[in-house]
Ligand binder design. Structure first.
Ligand code: G7M
Length: 328
């Protein structure tokens, strides 16, 4: 089932059109794509300020720099090796022998460029808040009561939080419209489900979609009451159905959750492959949508009054506010 689904993903409009074509087609495509790429290399003038963090295990690097005097953050990430192109890669690469001993040998393999892509995310112009977000830092667990939220967190997020322009662009079809997997346009219970920009859509192992609600004014989990149950149930039901239909992945293979604190204060729900340890899916930050629904069914004001825990980086202004209020 999953293989067929990968095929469907790869045949999707914006998923890899490289996967299932004749060799000639692929070469023609590559010519066109190469031209596109050369025209669009906005990174050619990138000047490094600092590597913010990197991980040999995750094979990624977060870099702060400048492009034409504008602050920029670049995220580079080696993508998983794909089953549908692995034979092409083995057959079509250059090999350099590193060592040979009896039946054992190791090589450096240089795949053809189109099989050697690095997923790259650019944020430009980036704010210092973006730079801090990706900077490797010590983290602390904050314990936030309902009162703390009102007196410390809410004023803080109202004074400083990331712009949600990208969210508005999605809802108004000004960006990423062709990536939408499913939409319910209802202004009260509707949402848009689309691939998270962390997912390259090349394989289902790291499937990552995000459902963004149409209704404005719901900042986070803290704003949810029983009145939002129809909205949450609708996202849960239709989101799972759409993922099953499009990718062949059943609900039993999904982790569906909200972040607290989120990075962007316009309500959205994460749908990730269960086997994928997505950043921020740990118990200190992720709240399963199914639990959120049940909690609100039991107590309509559950998230107004409960103490919630969340991780905060050392440099985060919110941590300072909790310290100033002697809550840490
Ligand atoms: O942490 P929080 O719950 O706020 O998560 C927001 C999610 O939105 C993250 O998983 C991001 O990777 C994702 N995301 C952020 N931006 C800026 C974009 C974007 O422009 N497009 C898409 N599709 N996802 C985004």
């Amino acid at each position: 089932m999953e293989d067929a689904a990968v095929k469907r993903v790869c045949e999707g409009k914006d998923a890899s059109h490289r996967a299932k074509k004749t060799k000639e087609d692929s070469e023609n495509d590559r010519e066109e794509v190469r031209e596109e790429w050369e025209l669009e290399n906005v990174l050619s003038g990138f000047k490094l300020t600092k590597v913010l963090s990197d991980s040999a295990r995750e094979k990624n690097m977060f870099i702060h720099g400048k492009i034409d005097e504008e602050e920029a953050v670049v995220i580079l990430e080696k993508t998983p090796i794909r089953e549908d192109t692995v034979v092409e890669m083995l057959n079509g690469s250059r090999l350099k022998l590193e060592m040979k001993n009896d039946i054992y040998s190791t090589y450096q393999l240089q795949p053809p460029p189109h099989l050697n892509e690095i997923k790259t995310t650019l944020i430009c112009p980036a704010t210092m808040k973006h730079v801090k977000k990706y900077q490797h830092q010590e983290i602390f667990l904050v314990e936030e009561t309902g009162e703390d939220y009102q007196s410390i967190t809410l004023p803080y997020i109202q004074s400083t939080s990331f712009s949600v322009q990208w969210v508005q662009n999605i809802l108004e079809k000004k960006a990423e419209a062709e990536r939408i997997v499913c939409e319910d346009p209802d202004p009260e219970v509707g949402f848009v489900l689309l691939p998270d920009f962390k997912w390259d859509q090349k394989q289902l192992d790291n499937l990552y979609l995000v459902a963004i609600v149409h209704k404005g004014g719901i900042k986070s989990l803290r704003d949810l009451t029983a009145e939002h149950l129809p909205l949450l149930q609708n996202i849960y039901l239709k989101g799972k159905e759409a993922i099953l239909e499009r990718y062949g992945l059943p609900a039993s293979k999904l982790r569906v959750y909200l972040h607290y604190q989120p990075s962007y204060y316009h309500l959205h729900v994460h749908f990730t492959a269960l086997g994928y340890e997505a950043p921020g899916c740990g118990v200190e930050r992720a709240h399963l949508l199914a639990d959120v629904i049940q909690n609100l069914q039991l107590d309509p004001k559950f998230y107004k009054s409960r103490t919630l825990f969340f991780p905060v980086k050392k440099d985060d202004g919110l941590l300072l506010k909790f310290k100033e209020a002697k809550r840490l």
